[in-house]
Write a protein that binds this ligand. Structure first.
Ligand SMILES: [Zn+2]
Length: 378
């Protein structure tokens, strides 16, 4: 009887242990086994939530139309429709019609009670990108757009080290030259090509010519090249080196807006949308990327909400702290717009990017924002 009891107890203990180890195994497995092997971070400098969620802003167009009727303008004909949903579809047809419908979701439409905010109080580019790439705001240190080395290691450097990647496999292509200073705290750690810098890694004759051309077809801005060049170099890099972590940093949505040029601002949105399409199609036709790539699309800062200050941003411009964030991932089943959700923050991008890759970003910076929980809750 005693023996029998002992055996019974032992068996019970064994089955408990078995269940416990099974639970542990499953818990670990559900953390470890994302399908994601590559991450692409896309930023559109200062691309307002107003246009992303509502398309053409009629008040701005009216303000900009000096002569004749607003209805006769090319912008109205191209981008106007009665509802915000129809308007944004005209502005960003691939983003709304394909990406957000079939493959991903987007947070930041405040009319649906979803908000995304910066935690920095600067609301301009260097602080925004640094918050994205390091996972933390440092308003006391990072408070200008000057070309000074980022004192904090970036998620690009962290991912390269943890995944034991070579320099070409972690790359940042930016239209703005200051990315050379923001993107890495150790100079030369990762591939950065920004501003009017030649793309030395270009393999094809066509891209070599294009690299030269960017300095013969200068943009209107000293420190920013046209997104066209940035995008072409990034695409060439994807095809040649198949990077596992890529930051594509496009900039024209900010620069045209600063100049008050609403036509070029909207057309830049539209061009960026076509670039999303080309990038997406390339990923789908490349075995290394198809079904294994997560994409985060976001912005460094918002802008003003009125006809007086839509051109501007910074701490004195109300509402410039509001941004948006889209997630496209084989590991996330959310689709369309977020509704009635908690506010998420710019300082969560680095940790979310790492979480897709099964890396724990708190190893790099324990103070950084955490991965966006909603993406990973089953
Ligand atoms: Zn700006």
């Amino acid at each position: 009887m005693k023996n029998h009891f002992d055996n019974h107890a032992m068996n019970k203990l064994r089955s408990h242990l078995f269940l416990l180890s099974l639970t542990l195994l499953l818990t670990c497995a559900s953390f470890a086994q994302t399908k994601t092997e590559n991450v692409i971070l896309i930023t559109l400098d200062g691309a307002r939530t107003q246009e992303v969620f509502g398309g053409l802003d009629l008040d701005i167009l009216k303000d900009k139309t000096r002569r004749g009727k607003v209805e006769d303008t090319a912008l109205y004909k191209k981008y106007w429709a009665p509802t915000p949903e129809e308007r944004r579809m005209k502005l960003l047809p691939f983003f709304w019609g394909t990406l957000m419908k079939e493959h991903g979701s987007v947070a930041g439409n405040r009319s649906l009670n979803s908000a995304v905010m910066t935690t920095n109080k600067m609301w301009f580019s260097y602080p925004g990108y640094s918050e994205i790439l390091t996972g933390q705001a440092h308003d006391d240190v990072i408070n200008s757009n000057d070309k000074t080395r980022n004192p904090y290691p970036s998620v690009l450097e962290f991912a390269k080290r943890k995944l034991k990647l070579n320099k070409n496999q972690v790359a940042l292509f930016g239209s703005w030259d200051v990315f050379n200073w923001i993107g890495e705290h150790e100079e030369g750690a990762v591939t950065i090509n920004a501003g009017h810098e030649p793309y030395e890694l270009a393999a094809s004759a066509e891209l070599k010519a294009l690299s030269k051309l960017q300095n013969e077809r200068l943009s209107p801005w000293d420190s920013v090249r046209f997104d066209y060049f940035t995008f072409r170099f990034a695409m060439e890099h994807i095809k040649t080196y198949q990077p596992r972590v890529l930051h594509l940093a496009l900039g024209e949505t900010d620069d045209w807006a600063h100049g008050g040029d609403y036509a070029h601002t909207l057309n830049s949105f539209h061009q960026n949308d076509q670039q999303f399409k080309e990038l997406w199609e390339t990923l789908q036709s490349t075995p290394k990327y198809k079904g294994k790539t997560s994409i985060i699309i976001t912005i460094d800062h918002g802008r003003g909400n009125t006809i007086k200050d839509w051109t501007d941003h910074g701490e004195k411009v109300p509402e410039a702290q509001y941004i948006w964030m889209a997630f496209i991932s084989p590991d996330v089943s959310l689709r369309g717009e977020w509704k009635n959700t908690e506010t998420i923050y710019q300082n969560q991008v680095a940790a979310t990017l790492c979480r897709f890759l099964n890396l724990d970003y708190s190893e790099n910076n324990p103070q950084a924002g955490k991965p966006v929980a909603r993406l990973f809750s089953k």
